[in-house]
Design a protein around this ligand. Structure first.
Ligand SMILES: [Zn+2]
Ligand SMILES: [Zn+2]
Length: 226
C-alpha cells in the first residue's frame, strides 16, 4: 500500500499475533514519515469542552460561548491544526484531490470504535461549493466510517469561513437549516455532528443550535483537526 499523501510505500509491520487475531485490521493510508508531522491531541491537557490543546482547564473561547449561549459544548478532535494539516486541506479542498479523503481513515475509524452515538450527521457543503468542487469534503472524509445521515442544509454564505478573520467568523449569522429527516429521530438519541476543522467553533455551534432548537439534548461534535 502507498501513502496517499507522499506516495511512499507503507510498511504496516503487522505482528504475527495481529495477523492471526480475529480483530479487524484497520487499513492505514499514511506513511510513518507523514505521520510524524502530525500533532495528535491525545493526552495534552486539552480544554475539556472543545479539545483546544494545552489549555489549563476550560479555554477562553469556550467561556465566550457559554456567556453568549448559556450552554456548553462537547467536542473532540484528533490533531492540532499545524502546517501539515494546513497543506493537507489545501490539496484536499482547494485543489479537490478527493482520494485524500482516506488519508486519516485509520485514526478516524479507531476513534469511531471507541465512541458510540445513535445518529451521526455532518456539516454539509453549500450547493455552490459542492458544484464547484464536485464533492462534499466533510461527507467524503467520514462516509466510509460512519452511517452518515444528511440532516442539515447549508445556505450559501457571502464568503467561505477560511477567508474570514477571527471576528468575522464569530459574527457570521446562522447558515444552517434542518432537513425534514431530522424529525425521524427521538429527542433522547445521542447525536454526533462531524466537521473537518474546528477553529473558533462558530460553525459547529450553529449546527449544534439547530439540533437544540428541535429538542435534542444529547449533542456532541467531532473534527479531524482543532
Ligand atoms: Zn507519506
Ligand atoms: Zn475550549
Amino acid at each position: 500500500m502507498k501513502c496517499l499523501n507522499c506516495g511512499a510505500e507503507i510498511n504496516n509491520n503487522l505482528k504475527i499475533s495481529e495477523i492471526f487475531s480475529l480483530k479487524e485490521i484497520i487499513p492505514n493510508y499514511i506513511c510513518n514519515l507523514c505521520r510524524q508531522q502530525l500533532a495528535p491531541l491525545k493526552n495534552r491537557h486539552n480544554c475539556p469542552r472543545c479539545f483546544k490543546p494545552d489549555s489549563e482547564g476550560i479555554c477562553s473561547d469556550c467561556l465566550i460561548w457559554e456567556q453568549k449561549y448559556g450552554k456548553t459544548n462537547c467536542h473532540q478532535a484528533l490533531f492540532e491544526y499545524n502546517q501539515f494539516i494546513h497543506s493537507y486541506f489545501k490539496l484536499y479542498k482547494r485543489y479537490g484531490d478527493v482520494l485524500l479523503a482516506k488519508l486519516f481513515y485509520q485514526d478516524i475509524k479507531s476513534w469511531s470504535l471507541k465512541n458510540h452515538f445513535d445518529v451521526v450527521t455532518y456539516v454539509p457543503a453549500s450547493q455552490s461549493h459542492f458544484e464547484k468542487r464536485g464533492f462534499d469534503p466533510v461527507y467524503e472524509l467520514y462516509a466510509d466510517i460512519f452511517d452518515l445521515k444528511k440532516l442539515l442544509f447549508k445556505i450559501d454564505a457571502d464568503k467561505p469561513q477560511a477567508q474570514k478573520n477571527r471576528l468575522e467568523r464569530m459574527q457570521t449569522p446562522q447558515t444552517f437549516s434542518a432537513l425534514p429527516e431530522i424529525n425521524n429521530f427521538q429527542k433522547n438519541q445521542r447525536i454526533l455532528i462531524l466537521d473537518d476543522i474546528y477553529t473558533t467553533g462558530r460553525t459547529l455551534m450553529y449546527a449544534h443550535d439547530i439540533f437544540l432548537s428541535y429538542g435534542f439534548k444529547n449533542i456532541c461534535t467531532f473534527s479531524l483537526s482543532r
